[in-house]
Design a protein around this ligand. Sequence first.
Ligand code: PHE
Length: 442
Amino acid sequence: MAQRETWTSRAGFIFAAVGSAVGLGNIWSFPFQTASNGGAAFLVVYLLAVFLIGFPTMLIEFTIGRRSKQNAVSAFAELGYGDWTFAGAIGVFASFITLAFYSVVGGWVISYIVGSVTGAYLGDAGAYFGSVSSGLVAVGAHALFIAVTIGIVAFGVADGIERATKFMIPAILVLLVGLAVWASTLPGAGAGYSYYLSPDFSVIASNFGDIVPAAMGQAFFTLSLGFGVMIAYASYLGRDDSLPGDSAIIVVLNTIVALLAGFAVFPILAATSGVGGASGGAGTAFIALAGAFGQLPAGQIIGLVFFIVLLFAALSSSISLLEAPTSYVVDSQGMERRTVAIGIGAVAFVLGIAPAYGYVGLFNDLVFNVLLPVAVLFIALFVGWVANREAVDELGRGSSIGEGATTIWLWWVRIVVPIAVIVTLYLGVTSFYTGLTTGAYF
Ligand code: PHE
């Protein structure tokens, strides 16, 4: 079998992992989840979820990946715990399902780039969304998006993924800063900032059951945790750098991008439809923002920049979603990467026809509310209680963190992460089940 690839440098790995983390979740879901869950109150819970649960969970995936040098499914057997393979398999299954609907939303972004150039959504954003979000146009754009994703993954880890993300991440940062600065000049920006940044804690108390699973699901999703993606990416690490150091950089950069997106989106909403007007599902974000671009001076060009940022973010994530199942087949069957990427991408395309006909919400909630928490629960139990010695040893390699910090991490992973995830899972499954039985998804 050919030698397994590795990243060319530590920075290459970090760019790729940040590329995976920074996606539609940061720029599209985050501001709108925040808007519809009470603004700053949600932000506080979300930040706690990212740093207290997400960060230690990323270390779980990194230790498994780097230790085993295998994809998320084979990793468990490679470490000598074949019985736990299912834990990785749930994650890889989640990444496959996610790729299917993520690519549909990526297709919407392509349609909005076209619409920014032609000006098609400026007059009536709702009608434009209706015409591109489902049906043949949506299927076509989804096909285009997934084709580009396949193209990048087919080139491999260093020539494809690393090179693409090294270009896209800096571009996203620069353009978002520009958008946020522009947004600060809008009349009414202040009202946007205050909704975004001054928490009303009574909102948390009265909506605990909604805010907690939303914030936790968002934290896992935005950090690409529970998908086996970070296991796969860490498996391509050729040498031992500090895993806690790398995770910290990735988590902080990912958070900066989400916060910046909020700094762009809230003033824009405040200046047009109002911050409260954007609550609701997947499409509301596209409609509210595109509608806002239609009302603002220079809105067309700003809209174009915004949707280009969104496209880069979506692509640098979708390649990691395809990489997780691809690496599994390449590692375990010894097949050629290009063939595998095309094959898996093609199946995900077919599966994505359902969300392209209106089932994005169903796919999204299945992943957010059920698959992710289940996958994270099992990998946390695995690292905490089963492979703890290997994980602790791996965490110490190349890093200067002391025994005390390692012990805290281990107990955190054993107790705190599982409890937080079980609460989330209970609330998330309840709301998913309610959605299924009330017909909210169909
Ligand atoms: N983190 C990505 C986002 O925020 C989504 C994603 C999840 C990408 C899992 C890859 C793997 O949009």
